[in-house]
Ligand binder design. Structure first.
Ligand code: FA5
Length: 358
Protein backbone atom coordinates (compact mmCIF):
# COMPACT_ATOMS: atom_id res chain seq x y z
CA UNK A 1 0.00 0.00 0.00
CA UNK A 2 1.42 3.29 -1.05
CA UNK A 3 0.37 6.75 -0.22
CA UNK A 4 -0.20 7.58 -3.87
CA UNK A 5 -2.74 4.71 -4.09
CA UNK A 6 -4.62 6.40 -1.29
CA UNK A 7 -4.33 9.63 -3.15
CA UNK A 8 -5.80 8.08 -6.31
CA UNK A 9 -8.68 6.69 -4.30
CA UNK A 10 -9.34 10.13 -2.89
CA UNK A 11 -9.33 11.77 -6.32
CA UNK A 12 -11.62 9.15 -7.76
CA UNK A 13 -14.08 9.28 -4.84
CA UNK A 14 -14.29 13.07 -4.77
CA UNK A 15 -14.82 13.19 -8.52
CA UNK A 16 -17.65 10.67 -8.37
CA UNK A 17 -19.27 12.34 -5.36
CA UNK A 18 -19.21 15.66 -7.12
CA UNK A 19 -20.78 14.16 -10.23
CA UNK A 20 -23.59 12.30 -8.47
CA UNK A 21 -27.03 13.67 -9.37
CA UNK A 22 -29.40 12.25 -6.79
CA UNK A 23 -29.65 10.76 -3.34
CA UNK A 24 -29.76 7.22 -4.62
CA UNK A 25 -26.51 7.32 -6.58
CA UNK A 26 -24.86 9.21 -3.73
CA UNK A 27 -25.83 6.45 -1.32
CA UNK A 28 -24.42 3.84 -3.75
CA UNK A 29 -21.15 5.74 -3.81
CA UNK A 30 -21.03 5.86 -0.02
CA UNK A 31 -21.40 2.10 0.08
CA UNK A 32 -18.76 1.71 -2.63
CA UNK A 33 -16.12 3.70 -0.75
CA UNK A 34 -17.07 3.65 2.91
CA UNK A 35 -19.40 0.64 3.19
CA UNK A 36 -18.70 -1.58 6.20
CA UNK A 37 -18.38 -4.64 4.08
CA UNK A 38 -16.27 -4.21 1.02
CA UNK A 39 -16.05 -0.42 0.91
CA UNK A 40 -12.78 0.41 -0.82
CA UNK A 41 -11.44 2.62 1.94
CA UNK A 42 -12.77 0.26 4.61
CA UNK A 43 -10.74 -2.55 3.02
CA UNK A 44 -7.59 -0.42 3.26
CA UNK A 45 -8.29 0.46 6.86
CA UNK A 46 -8.78 -3.21 7.71
CA UNK A 47 -5.38 -4.17 6.27
CA UNK A 48 -3.56 -1.54 8.34
CA UNK A 49 -3.05 -3.89 11.25
CA UNK A 50 -1.09 -6.33 9.10
CA UNK A 51 1.37 -3.70 7.88
CA UNK A 52 4.88 -3.24 9.28
CA UNK A 53 4.88 -0.57 11.93
CA UNK A 54 6.67 2.03 9.73
CA UNK A 55 4.15 1.67 6.99
CA UNK A 56 1.30 1.69 9.50
CA UNK A 57 2.51 5.04 10.89
CA UNK A 58 2.60 6.51 7.42
CA UNK A 59 -0.56 5.12 5.92
CA UNK A 60 -2.78 4.92 9.06
CA UNK A 61 -3.27 8.63 9.77
CA UNK A 62 -3.61 9.38 6.03
CA UNK A 63 -6.30 6.71 5.56
CA UNK A 64 -8.23 7.91 8.62
CA UNK A 65 -7.99 11.49 7.44
CA UNK A 66 -9.28 10.40 4.05
CA UNK A 67 -12.26 8.65 5.66
CA UNK A 68 -13.17 11.82 7.50
CA UNK A 69 -12.72 13.90 4.39
CA UNK A 70 -14.95 11.60 2.37
CA UNK A 71 -17.64 11.47 5.06
CA UNK A 72 -17.60 15.23 5.05
CA UNK A 73 -17.85 15.33 1.26
CA UNK A 74 -20.85 12.96 1.30
CA UNK A 75 -22.63 15.08 3.89
CA UNK A 76 -21.94 18.22 1.94
CA UNK A 77 -23.19 16.75 -1.32
CA UNK A 78 -26.38 15.39 0.28
CA UNK A 79 -27.10 18.81 1.69
CA UNK A 80 -26.66 20.35 -1.73
CA UNK A 81 -29.01 17.83 -3.35
CA UNK A 82 -31.66 18.44 -0.70
CA UNK A 83 -31.49 22.22 -0.88
CA UNK A 84 -31.69 22.25 -4.67
CA UNK A 85 -34.79 19.99 -4.38
CA UNK A 86 -36.07 20.07 -0.80
CA UNK A 87 -38.87 17.49 -1.19
CA UNK A 88 -36.55 14.96 -2.71
CA UNK A 89 -36.18 11.94 -0.41
CA UNK A 90 -32.87 10.22 -0.97
CA UNK A 91 -34.44 7.22 -2.69
CA UNK A 92 -36.99 9.04 -4.86
CA UNK A 93 -37.61 7.97 -8.42
CA UNK A 94 -38.74 11.19 -10.00
CA UNK A 95 -39.79 9.44 -13.19
CA UNK A 96 -42.51 7.47 -11.34
CA UNK A 97 -46.08 8.68 -12.15
CA UNK A 98 -47.65 10.70 -9.30
CA UNK A 99 -50.59 9.61 -7.18
CA UNK A 100 -53.87 11.04 -8.49
CA UNK A 101 -55.67 13.15 -5.89
CA UNK A 102 -59.36 12.24 -5.69
CA UNK A 103 -61.45 15.40 -5.72
CA UNK A 104 -65.09 15.22 -4.63
CA UNK A 105 -67.86 16.52 -6.89
CA UNK A 106 -71.59 17.09 -7.01
CA UNK A 107 -74.14 14.30 -7.41
CA UNK A 108 -75.92 14.30 -10.81
CA UNK A 109 -79.22 15.16 -9.12
CA UNK A 110 -77.64 18.17 -7.44
CA UNK A 111 -76.19 19.25 -10.79
CA UNK A 112 -79.60 19.09 -12.47
CA UNK A 113 -81.34 20.77 -9.53
CA UNK A 114 -78.81 23.63 -9.59
CA UNK A 115 -79.34 24.05 -13.30
CA UNK A 116 -83.14 24.14 -12.88
CA UNK A 117 -82.80 26.72 -10.09
CA UNK A 118 -80.64 28.94 -12.32
CA UNK A 119 -83.02 28.73 -15.28
CA UNK A 120 -86.05 29.70 -13.19
CA UNK A 121 -84.15 32.45 -11.40
CA UNK A 122 -83.33 33.91 -14.82
CA UNK A 123 -87.08 33.82 -15.57
CA UNK A 124 -87.65 35.87 -12.39
CA UNK A 125 -88.87 33.01 -10.18
CA UNK A 126 -87.91 32.89 -6.48
CA UNK A 127 -86.69 29.65 -4.95
CA UNK A 128 -88.42 28.61 -1.71
CA UNK A 129 -88.38 25.46 0.40
CA UNK A 130 -90.71 23.67 2.79
CA UNK A 131 -90.59 20.92 5.44
CA UNK A 132 -90.13 17.24 4.55
CA UNK A 133 -92.16 16.16 7.58
CA UNK A 134 -95.52 17.67 6.75
CA UNK A 135 -99.00 17.75 8.22
CA UNK A 136 -101.97 15.96 6.73
CA UNK A 137 -103.57 19.37 6.33
CA UNK A 138 -100.94 20.82 3.97
CA UNK A 139 -100.16 17.59 2.14
CA UNK A 140 -103.81 16.67 1.48
CA UNK A 141 -106.73 18.71 2.88
CA UNK A 142 -105.56 22.17 1.79
CA UNK A 143 -104.89 20.74 -1.67
CA UNK A 144 -108.49 19.68 -2.12
CA UNK A 145 -107.63 15.98 -1.84
CA UNK A 146 -110.75 14.33 -0.43
CA UNK A 147 -110.56 12.37 2.82
CA UNK A 148 -111.28 9.13 0.97
CA UNK A 149 -108.70 9.69 -1.81
CA UNK A 150 -106.59 6.55 -2.31
CA UNK A 151 -103.38 8.60 -2.04
CA UNK A 152 -104.02 8.81 1.69
CA UNK A 153 -103.90 5.05 2.09
CA UNK A 154 -101.03 3.38 3.88
CA UNK A 155 -99.80 2.21 0.51
CA UNK A 156 -98.72 5.66 -0.68
CA UNK A 157 -97.92 7.62 2.42
CA UNK A 158 -95.34 7.21 5.14
CA UNK A 159 -97.15 8.27 8.28
CA UNK A 160 -95.07 9.43 11.23
CA UNK A 161 -95.77 8.02 14.66
CA UNK A 162 -96.69 10.85 16.94
CA UNK A 163 -98.61 9.53 19.89
CA UNK A 164 -98.76 12.85 21.66
CA UNK A 165 -100.03 14.45 18.48
CA UNK A 166 -102.67 11.76 18.13
CA UNK A 167 -103.82 12.49 21.66
CA UNK A 168 -103.84 16.20 20.94
CA UNK A 169 -105.83 15.51 17.82
CA UNK A 170 -108.52 13.79 19.84
CA UNK A 171 -108.71 16.80 22.12
CA UNK A 172 -108.78 19.19 19.19
CA UNK A 173 -111.57 17.18 17.57
CA UNK A 174 -113.57 17.49 20.78
CA UNK A 175 -112.85 21.22 21.03
CA UNK A 176 -113.34 21.69 17.30
CA UNK A 177 -109.99 23.51 16.85
CA UNK A 178 -108.61 23.66 13.28
CA UNK A 179 -105.61 21.65 11.97
CA UNK A 180 -103.24 22.36 14.91
CA UNK A 181 -103.08 18.69 15.83
CA UNK A 182 -102.77 17.26 12.31
CA UNK A 183 -101.24 13.88 11.82
CA UNK A 184 -97.65 14.07 10.59
CA UNK A 185 -96.37 12.36 7.45
CA UNK A 186 -93.44 12.48 5.07
CA UNK A 187 -94.66 14.74 2.27
CA UNK A 188 -95.68 12.79 -0.82
CA UNK A 189 -95.12 15.79 -3.13
CA UNK A 190 -93.87 19.40 -2.99
CA UNK A 191 -97.38 20.82 -3.57
CA UNK A 192 -98.03 21.51 0.17
CA UNK A 193 -95.51 24.36 -0.08
CA UNK A 194 -97.96 26.11 -2.47
CA UNK A 195 -100.40 26.71 0.38
CA UNK A 196 -97.68 27.41 2.96
CA UNK A 197 -96.25 30.11 0.70
CA UNK A 198 -99.61 31.66 -0.20
CA UNK A 199 -100.55 31.92 3.49
CA UNK A 200 -97.66 34.29 4.08
CA UNK A 201 -97.29 36.12 0.73
CA UNK A 202 -99.47 38.24 -1.51
CA UNK A 203 -99.60 37.87 -5.30
CA UNK A 204 -98.40 38.55 -7.88
CA UNK A 205 -95.46 36.16 -7.44
CA UNK A 206 -93.78 33.23 -9.10
CA UNK A 207 -91.87 30.56 -7.17
CA UNK A 208 -90.26 27.18 -7.56
CA UNK A 209 -89.90 24.66 -4.73
CA UNK A 210 -87.22 22.01 -5.13
CA UNK A 211 -87.38 19.29 -2.51
CA UNK A 212 -87.31 15.70 -1.39
CA UNK A 213 -90.54 13.69 -1.31
CA UNK A 214 -91.47 10.18 -0.16
CA UNK A 215 -93.92 7.53 -1.28
CA UNK A 216 -94.73 4.18 0.22
CA UNK A 217 -94.69 2.15 -2.96
CA UNK A 218 -92.84 -0.61 -4.77
CA UNK A 219 -89.63 0.47 -6.51
CA UNK A 220 -88.76 -0.25 -10.14
CA UNK A 221 -86.64 1.31 -12.91
CA UNK A 222 -88.71 4.53 -12.82
CA UNK A 223 -90.07 4.58 -9.24
CA UNK A 224 -88.30 5.21 -5.96
CA UNK A 225 -89.71 5.55 -2.46
CA UNK A 226 -87.55 8.63 -1.99
CA UNK A 227 -87.21 11.09 -4.86
CA UNK A 228 -87.13 14.79 -5.70
CA UNK A 229 -89.65 17.13 -7.22
CA UNK A 230 -89.59 20.73 -8.32
CA UNK A 231 -92.88 22.50 -7.76
CA UNK A 232 -93.76 25.67 -9.64
CA UNK A 233 -96.43 28.24 -8.79
CA UNK A 234 -97.26 31.53 -10.48
CA UNK A 235 -100.20 33.58 -9.23
CA UNK A 236 -101.59 36.94 -10.35
CA UNK A 237 -104.73 38.68 -11.55
CA UNK A 238 -104.67 37.33 -15.05
CA UNK A 239 -102.24 34.42 -15.25
CA UNK A 240 -103.42 31.92 -17.86
CA UNK A 241 -102.38 28.59 -19.35
CA UNK A 242 -100.70 30.58 -22.13
CA UNK A 243 -98.24 31.91 -19.51
CA UNK A 244 -97.64 28.37 -18.35
CA UNK A 245 -96.98 27.19 -21.89
CA UNK A 246 -94.46 29.95 -22.48
CA UNK A 247 -92.61 29.41 -19.18
CA UNK A 248 -92.40 25.66 -19.55
CA UNK A 249 -91.38 25.79 -23.22
CA UNK A 250 -88.64 28.27 -22.32
CA UNK A 251 -87.55 26.10 -19.38
CA UNK A 252 -87.12 22.92 -21.41
CA UNK A 253 -85.38 24.70 -24.28
CA UNK A 254 -82.84 26.18 -21.86
CA UNK A 255 -82.41 22.88 -20.01
CA UNK A 256 -81.85 20.75 -23.09
CA UNK A 257 -80.07 23.58 -24.95
CA UNK A 258 -82.28 23.32 -28.03
CA UNK A 259 -85.88 24.08 -28.90
CA UNK A 260 -87.92 21.07 -27.83
CA UNK A 261 -91.56 20.51 -28.66
CA UNK A 262 -93.93 20.08 -25.72
CA UNK A 263 -97.39 18.56 -25.58
CA UNK A 264 -100.14 19.24 -23.01
CA UNK A 265 -102.62 16.43 -22.30
CA UNK A 266 -105.73 16.65 -20.13
CA UNK A 267 -105.25 14.94 -16.77
CA UNK A 268 -106.59 15.00 -13.24
CA UNK A 269 -105.14 16.31 -9.98
CA UNK A 270 -107.54 17.44 -7.23
CA UNK A 271 -105.66 20.73 -6.69
CA UNK A 272 -105.86 22.04 -10.26
CA UNK A 273 -108.63 22.67 -12.79
CA UNK A 274 -108.07 22.00 -15.61
CA UNK A 275 -105.31 19.48 -14.92
CA UNK A 276 -102.57 18.63 -17.40
CA UNK A 277 -99.82 16.16 -18.03
CA UNK A 278 -96.80 17.64 -19.84
CA UNK A 279 -94.80 15.64 -22.37
CA UNK A 280 -91.60 16.76 -24.08
CA UNK A 281 -90.61 15.45 -27.46
CA UNK A 282 -88.06 12.69 -26.91
CA UNK A 283 -84.66 14.40 -26.69
CA UNK A 284 -82.92 11.25 -27.90
CA UNK A 285 -84.79 10.39 -31.08
CA UNK A 286 -86.49 13.75 -31.72
CA UNK A 287 -89.93 12.11 -31.83
CA UNK A 288 -89.24 9.18 -34.16
CA UNK A 289 -89.52 6.58 -31.40
CA UNK A 290 -86.70 4.85 -29.52
CA UNK A 291 -85.95 2.87 -26.36
CA UNK A 292 -85.92 5.98 -24.14
CA UNK A 293 -89.46 7.08 -25.08
CA UNK A 294 -90.71 3.49 -25.42
CA UNK A 295 -91.33 4.11 -29.15
CA UNK A 296 -93.92 6.83 -28.44
CA UNK A 297 -91.76 9.83 -29.38
CA UNK A 298 -92.81 11.64 -26.18
CA UNK A 299 -91.60 11.68 -22.55
CA UNK A 300 -93.92 12.35 -19.63
CA UNK A 301 -92.21 14.80 -17.31
CA UNK A 302 -94.68 16.65 -15.09
CA UNK A 303 -98.16 17.22 -13.78
CA UNK A 304 -99.62 20.73 -13.98
CA UNK A 305 -102.75 22.86 -14.24
CA UNK A 306 -104.56 26.00 -13.15
CA UNK A 307 -104.75 26.35 -9.35
CA UNK A 308 -108.11 25.09 -8.05
CA UNK A 309 -110.29 27.75 -6.33
CA UNK A 310 -110.49 25.55 -3.22
CA UNK A 311 -106.70 25.74 -2.88
CA UNK A 312 -106.82 29.55 -3.02
CA UNK A 313 -109.51 29.43 -0.36
CA UNK A 314 -107.42 27.16 1.88
CA UNK A 315 -104.71 29.86 1.67
CA UNK A 316 -107.29 32.57 2.52
CA UNK A 317 -107.16 34.15 -0.92
CA UNK A 318 -110.28 35.23 -2.76
CA UNK A 319 -110.45 32.86 -5.78
CA UNK A 320 -112.53 35.37 -7.72
CA UNK A 321 -109.64 37.85 -7.76
CA UNK A 322 -106.85 35.53 -8.75
CA UNK A 323 -105.62 32.95 -11.20
CA UNK A 324 -102.48 30.89 -11.28
CA UNK A 325 -100.74 27.89 -12.68
CA UNK A 326 -98.89 25.17 -10.79
CA UNK A 327 -96.70 22.31 -11.87
CA UNK A 328 -94.68 19.52 -10.30
CA UNK A 329 -91.87 17.74 -12.09
CA UNK A 330 -89.85 14.70 -11.09
CA UNK A 331 -86.18 15.65 -10.85
CA UNK A 332 -84.86 12.12 -11.42
CA UNK A 333 -87.01 11.81 -14.53
CA UNK A 334 -85.42 14.97 -15.96
CA UNK A 335 -81.90 13.85 -15.01
CA UNK A 336 -82.53 10.43 -16.59
CA UNK A 337 -83.53 12.09 -19.87
CA UNK A 338 -80.68 14.60 -19.77
CA UNK A 339 -77.96 12.02 -19.08
CA UNK A 340 -79.62 8.97 -20.66
CA UNK A 341 -79.77 6.99 -17.39
CA UNK A 342 -81.79 3.78 -17.68
CA UNK A 343 -82.72 3.12 -14.01
CA UNK A 344 -83.73 5.58 -11.27
CA UNK A 345 -82.27 3.31 -8.57
CA UNK A 346 -78.74 4.10 -9.81
CA UNK A 347 -79.02 7.58 -8.25
CA UNK A 348 -79.27 6.10 -4.76
CA UNK A 349 -77.12 3.00 -5.22
CA UNK A 350 -73.97 4.63 -3.83
CA UNK A 351 -72.09 2.93 -6.68
CA UNK A 352 -69.00 5.06 -7.30
CA UNK A 353 -68.64 3.77 -10.87
CA UNK A 354 -71.96 5.50 -11.60
CA UNK A 355 -71.36 8.68 -9.57
CA UNK A 356 -67.87 9.28 -10.97
CA UNK A 357 -69.20 9.73 -14.49
CA UNK A 358 -70.62 13.17 -13.76
C1 FA5 B 1 -97.71 15.14 -8.25
O1 FA5 B 1 -96.96 14.79 -7.35
C2 FA5 B 1 -98.34 16.50 -8.24
N1 FA5 B 1 -98.10 17.14 -6.98
C3 FA5 B 1 -97.75 17.30 -9.41
C4 FA5 B 1 -98.54 18.54 -9.68
C5 FA5 B 1 -98.14 19.74 -9.10
C6 FA5 B 1 -99.66 18.50 -10.50
C7 FA5 B 1 -98.87 20.90 -9.34
C8 FA5 B 1 -100.39 19.65 -10.73
C9 FA5 B 1 -99.97 20.84 -10.17
P1 FA5 B 1 -97.33 12.97 -9.69
O2 FA5 B 1 -97.67 11.98 -8.64
O3 FA5 B 1 -97.71 12.65 -11.07
O4 FA5 B 1 -97.94 14.39 -9.38
O5 FA5 B 1 -95.76 13.21 -9.62
C10 FA5 B 1 -95.12 14.21 -10.37
C11 FA5 B 1 -93.85 13.70 -10.99
O6 FA5 B 1 -93.05 13.11 -9.98
C12 FA5 B 1 -94.08 12.58 -12.01
O7 FA5 B 1 -94.30 13.13 -13.28
C13 FA5 B 1 -92.78 11.82 -11.95
O8 FA5 B 1 -91.83 12.45 -12.76
C14 FA5 B 1 -92.35 11.99 -10.51
N2 FA5 B 1 -92.67 10.79 -9.72
C15 FA5 B 1 -93.85 10.37 -9.25
N3 FA5 B 1 -93.75 9.24 -8.54
C16 FA5 B 1 -92.43 8.91 -8.55
C17 FA5 B 1 -91.64 7.85 -7.99
N4 FA5 B 1 -92.17 6.89 -7.23
N5 FA5 B 1 -90.31 7.85 -8.22
C18 FA5 B 1 -89.76 8.82 -8.97
N6 FA5 B 1 -90.43 9.84 -9.52
C19 FA5 B 1 -91.75 9.88 -9.32
Amino acid sequence: MKLDELDNLKKQALKEILASKDGKSLENLRVKFLGRKGGELTKILRTLKDLPIVEKRKIGPAANALREELEQAFKQKLKELLTSNPQLPTNLDITMPGKKIAVGHLHPLTLVENEIREIFKALNFSVVEGPEAETEHYNFDALNIPKDHPARDMWDTFWLKQETRDKKQETSKKNNTPHVADRLLLRTHTSPVQVRYMETHQPPFQIIVPGRVFRYEATDASHEINFYQVEGLMVGKDITLANFKYVIQEFFSRLFKKTVAIRLRPSYFPFVEPGLEVDVQCVKCGGKGCNVCKESGWLEVMGAGMVHPNVFEAAHYNPRDLQGFAFGLGLERIAMIKYNIPDIRLFYSGDLRFIKQF
